[in-house]
Ligand binder design. Structure first.
Ligand SMILES: NC(=O)c1ccc[n+]([C@@H]2O[C@H](COP(=O)([O-])OP(=O)(O)OC[C@H]3O[C@@H](n4cnc5c(N)ncnc54)[C@H](OP(=O)(O)O)[C@@H]3O)[C@@H](O)[C@H]2O)c1
Length: 325
């Protein structure tokens, strides 16, 4: 098979196809013949040398795939050769075949194209565990999703809207704001023209936001405190504008806020399996009913992974970028 290798990791990294052995599934694992792989911001960081894979993970890029099961390892009883699946991976997705832990597998939902299904795992595992597990999303909570047109953001908006929440979203252009509205946001805020703190204050009659999902960090950390409602919960999944900030913690005290942050990749298979089970119960029926859809921006051939990275770097995309095997 071939896989995509990072050559000269760092600022000037390149991606090129290389011949390699088909990996063998170990106990509790399956081999997936890939239909497609998702491209994630984390892949760019890994290629830059800023996000090394966790111990034991493959060094090849790629955190999610879809495809058909081609082989099963010892002890795998619920998954069989030929099943159409998508999977969250700790690495190794940019390849014709990838090995996935059985805890991280989901059947392709009825009505979802097998290629498009590669855009589901990373976005929905991340959106679910941060909104529900970390931020303790409750019925009737008002939600703010930063980076609403990103892969993660597009999943989070749909998830919250489908569960009946009022959703605010931020994005960086009129087109991206329109996409957020189409996904179910009540109000999209173009952060280049408007201050999200002012908008949510006005639109919630001064009360603010119950749950904020943030991938920006930097000065958003303090501004999230300003935008939050009493007992609000704020969860960071990234710090794209930087992890260092000047923050008025008196706001946290006064409003009784919770600030947390999580990563997905380094969690155990058991933890990922618990998220998978929740997705299966709560989100897969919404996908099967067509109430939530994978948001696919562009599909590149696997061999053109470098162009796919350049496209993500340009920031022009809405939703997920995929690599078709
Ligand atoms: N912690 C975890 O476990 C976990 C898991 C998955 C993803 N993530 C993180 O979640 C983020 C989204 O991932 P993705 O793969 O979906 O990436 P993506 O589609 O490339 O999205 C990146 C988003 O960040 C927004 N953004 C960047 N800088 C911004 C700024 N200064 N102000 C406002 N918005 C800004 C962009 O919005 P505009 O284009 O509108 O500016 C864009 O929508 C990434 O940072 C990724 O590393 C974390």
């Amino acid at each position: 098979m071939y896989a995509i290798e990072v050559i000269t990791p760092g600022k000037e990294y390149g991606l090129q196809p290389v011949e390699c052995e088909v990996p063998r599934p170990g106990p509790g694992e399956v081999l997936v013949k890939a239909a497609a792989a998702g491209v994630n911001r984390a892949d760019l960081l890994q290629a830059l040398g800023q996000y090394p894979p966790p111990p034991g993970a493959p060094s090849t890029l790629g955190l999610e795939v879809s495809g058909q099961i081609a082989a099963v390892g010892e002890g795998v009883t619920e998954w069989h050769i030929g099943m159409q699946v998508c999977a969250l991976l700790a690495g190794g997705g940019y390849a014709e075949y990838a090995v996935a832990a059985q805890e991280c597998l989901l059947a392709v939902p009825p009505g979802v194209d097998i290629v498009a299904a590669a855009g589901l795992p990373e976005a929905f595992f991340t959106a679910w565990t941060n909104l529900v597990d970390a931020a303790r999303l409750r019925p009737a909570d008002v939600v703010l999703i930063h980076g609403g047109s990103s892969g993660v953001g597009s999943a989070a908006i749909q998830l919250c809207a489908a569960r009946g929440h009022v959703v605010f979203a931020t994005a960086g252009s009129p087109e991206k704001c329109a996409a957020c509205l189409a996904l179910g946001a009540k109000r999209a805020i173009n952060y280049r023209d408007e201050d999200f703190v002012d908008v949510v204050r006005d639109e919630t009659a001064g009360r603010g936001i119950d749950v904020i999902l943030d991938m920006v960090g930097g000065d958003y950390i303090n501004r999230n405190f300003q935008a939050a409602a009493p007992w609000g919960r704020i969860v960071n999944v990234a710090y794209q504008a930087g992890p260092v900030a000047t923050v008025n913690f008196a706001l946290m005290l006064r409003k009784r806020l919770t600030l947390t942050a999580t990563t997905l990749r380094s969690r155990s298979n058991a933890e990922k399996g618990a998220i998978r089970d929740a997705l299966l119960k709560e989100v897969w029926p919404l996908l099967a009913a067509g109430r939530i859809k994978p948001v696919i921006d562009r599909i590149f051939p696997l061999a053109e992974a470098q162009a796919a990275h350049a496209w993500m770097k340009s920031g022009a995309h809405v939703g997920k970028i995929l690599l078709a095997a």
